[in-house]
Every structure is written in structure tokens, then in C-alpha cells.
Design a protein around this ligand. Structure first.
Ligand code: PLP
Length: 360
């Protein structure tokens, strides 16, 4: 911000938003809803046409067969996560999740009275997943938070890995919070919903959002899918926190969710092109970088070039190249030595970043 205030150009790779604008058909649906005076209170759990459309989408896209009453509309994924943690974690419960993790997760766990149990992503990439989970089990472990595709690493859990996690959850009678915010942004492999696996729908609270799939970050709308007894708690949480999401926004979301899913094909190609460009620029610059199969972040290990401390690395990169990034340690101790950079950018910005990296 200081650099920009001084009139210097900053190449902003630190963000977490789709580079595309909200599609016109979504904006049109909002305008029509306003003209039709859909401006009064909605039922706090969501308008029925949207709940019905979400049920159909869950069946066809996610392989999750639920009733419309198992779905509740939330003010974005962040609100969905807040409600999910509040509904499933009791004070003193241990909550397991993979690290590096999306920063608010640690706070959500703490605010619900839970105790964080981190499992390094590196351990489940390189060795037996079940072993990495089992070695951290205590009698207090109650909840497992699973984010795939993942922020900040871009990891996508395979069907086999998710099956291993599902068996682990059933063996230890755990509740799972599945964060599927990036479900439509998978470039290699496929997105598998935790609740679609045998025996999982009855113990999984799934958080979905319109933010990333439909470039609707500012609209604040998402939805939660959960069985009883959780849905009863979730209804109270939504009622007493926001008392339902803005009514015209729900009509806009209805237009989004009923769109032909082929809508995502060209979008995915745009992201893939950007990912490949940035990842190869990182490698040429001497960073060690896995090719992230999903979401829209790369998470290179920059230690060889920029040193161990990710805050200093972020500052050095900014000074030398004008590229802004997020220090990996913000996403937990396992993120140290890394930087998170988004490739959700215009091609022009991305090409400027690639040229700047060549001069590093
Ligand atoms: N989950 C993950 C992993 C995210 O990265 C984000 C946003 O960055 C969210 C959930 C929530 O997004 P929103 O509140 O915009 O729906």
C-alpha cells in the first residue's frame, strides 16, 4: 500500500478472488428480482426455489442425495464455516486439519472452543495417509476439517485419499467439515465430495459457496449441507446471526446454480493456462514449486532464493520485483519458507509478473 501511495506499480499476486467479473446472467437475475419486488424477508433457511435447485445440483454434480431440508443458505462460505464449527465443536474437542490451512480456520476452531491438531500436507503427500492421521489420534478428537481443493496449496485429494479419510472418520466416530469452496476449479484429477462416499453423508457438514465458482465474492452467498442433529443447530445459528441471506441475492444465486455446468469448461482452461505460465516462471526463478491441481494459488518453496523466513522473503520479493505475495507462515507453521501467489489474474498482469521474475 505504501508503494502504491508513492505511485509505484505493485504486481498484485496476493489476492484470493476470481479475476473474472460476475457473469451477466447473474447480474440480470438480480435486476429482475429487484423489479419483481423480491425484496422482503426470505425464509431464514433460504428461498424454496433455490433450495430445490441446490438439491438437484448436489445430486448431479456432487453425487450427494439429500432433501431440500438438509440444505441451508448462508452468507458465503465464511459464514457457513462459522456455523459448521459452532454446530459441531464443543469446548475442549480436538479438531484435525491439514496444514498449511486457510488462515481463518485456526480462529474458527479456537472460537468454537476447539483445540487444533495439524497434519502437514507434506506428510500425506509423501507417505501413508492413514498413518499420518492415526498417529495424532487422542480420545478428545471429534472433528476433521477437510478442504479440497485446498487454499493455500492447491492440493486436490484423490478418491483414494478421501476414502482413506472417510474410513478414518468412521473408525473414530468423527464429524467431518468438508470445505468445497473451490469445487469447480480442478485442472488435474476430479473433485470428489466427501458426503458422496459410503457412510459419510450422515456425519459430514459440507460448506459450499458461490464466491469462487461464479466470481461472486462480494455477493456473500453460499450454502451448507448437513444431516440432523446438526441442521437443527445450523438453523438456529443462521436465524440468530443473519436471519437469512438477502432475498434478491438468492434469486441471482438461483440463476447461477441452474446454469449449464459446461459454463466452467472455458473458465477452467483460462485458469490452467495461467497456472502453467506462473509455475514455470517460478521454476525458472529457482523456486521449488509443485503444480497445484486445483484452486487458483501456487505455493512455491522459496528458501533457496529468498531465505527461510517467509515474511522477509515476501518483503525481498516485493523490493526486487514489485510482486506482492502472502508469507507462507500466515497459513500455519508448515507454510514457513513458502509464499502464496494467486494466478487468478489478467494475462497482462501475469505476463508482467513473469517478466519481473526473470530479473530476480
Ligand atoms: N474456504 C476457503 C478454503 C477459502 O479460501 C474461502 C475464501 O477465500 C472460503 C472458504 C470462503 O469464501 P466466501 O466466504 O467468500 O464464500
Amino acid at each position: 500500500m505504501d508503494m502504491r501511495a508513492r505511485g509505484q506499480r505493485v504486481i498484485q499476486l496476493e489476492g484470493g478472488e476470481p479475476f473474472l467479473n460476475t457473469p451477466d446472467f447473474v447480474k440480470e437475475a438480480m435486476k429482475e428480482a429487484l423489479d419483481a419486488n423480491h425484496t422482503r424477508y426470505a425464509p431464514s433457511s433460504g428461498i424454496q426455489p433455490l433450495l430445490d435447485a441446490l438439491r438437484d445440483k448436489l445430486a448431479t454434480k456432487n453425487g450427494v442425495d439429500v432433501a431440500a431440508s438438509d440444505i441451508i443458505v448462508t452468507a458465503g462460505g465464511a459464514h457457513g464455516l462459522f456455523c459448521a464449527f459452532q454446530a459441531s465443536v464443543n469446548p475442549g474437542d480436538e479438531v484435525m486439519f491439514f496444514s498449511p490451512y486457510w488462515t481463518p480456520i485456526q480462529d474458527q476452531v479456537r472460537y468454537s472452543g476447539g483445540v487444533a491438531v495439524r497434519v502437514p500436507w507434506d506428510e500425506i503427500r509423501d507417505r501413508d495417509l492413514r498413518e499420518a492421521l492415526e498417529m495424532r489420534v487422542t480420545p478428545k478428537l471429534r472433528v476433521l476439517y477437510v478442504n479440497s481443493p485446498a487454499n493455500p496449496t492447491g492440493d486436490v485429494l484423490s478418491h483414494a485419499q478421501l476414502t482413506g479419510i472417510a474410513e478414518f472418520a468412521q473408525t473414530h466416530d468423527l464429524t467431518v467439515i468438508a470445505d468445497e469452496a473451490y469445487e469447480n476449479l480442478v485442472y488435474d484429477g476430479e473433485h470428489v465430495s466427501m458426503a458422496s462416499l459410503p457412510g459419510m453423508a450422515e456425519r459430514t457438514l459440507t460448506v459450499h459457496t458461490f464466491s469462487k465458482s461464479f466470481s461472486m465474492t462480494g455477493w456473500r452467498i453460499g450454502y451448507l449441507v448437513a444431516p440432523e442433529p446438526f441442521m437443527g443447530f445450523l438453523r438456529k445459528l443462521v436465524l440468530n446471526s443473519v436471519n437469512g441471506v438477502s432475498t434478491p441475492t438468492q434469486y441471482a444465486a438461483l440463476a447461477a446454480i441452474t446454469q449449464d455446468p459446461r459454463f466452467f469448461d472455458s473458465i477452467r482452461e483460462e485458469y490452467r493456462r495461467r497456472r502453467d505460465l506462473l509455475v514455470s516462471a517460478f521454476r525458472e526463478a529457482g523456486f521449488s514449486c509443485l503444480t497445484p491441481p486445483g484452486a487458483f494459488y501456487a505455493f512455491p518453496d522459496v528458501r533457496a532464493i529468498l531465505g527461510e523466513d517467509s515474511w522477509k522473503a515476501m518483503e525481498t520479493l516485493l523490493e526486487r520485483t514489485s510482486i506482492a505475495s502472502v508469507p507462507g507462515s500466515v497459513f500455519g507453521p508448515e507454510g514457513e519458507g513458502h509464499l502464496r501467489m494467486s494466478y487468478s489474474l489478467s494475462m497482462e498482469t501475469l505476463e508482467t509478473a513473469v517478466a519481473a521474475l526473470r530479473k530476480l
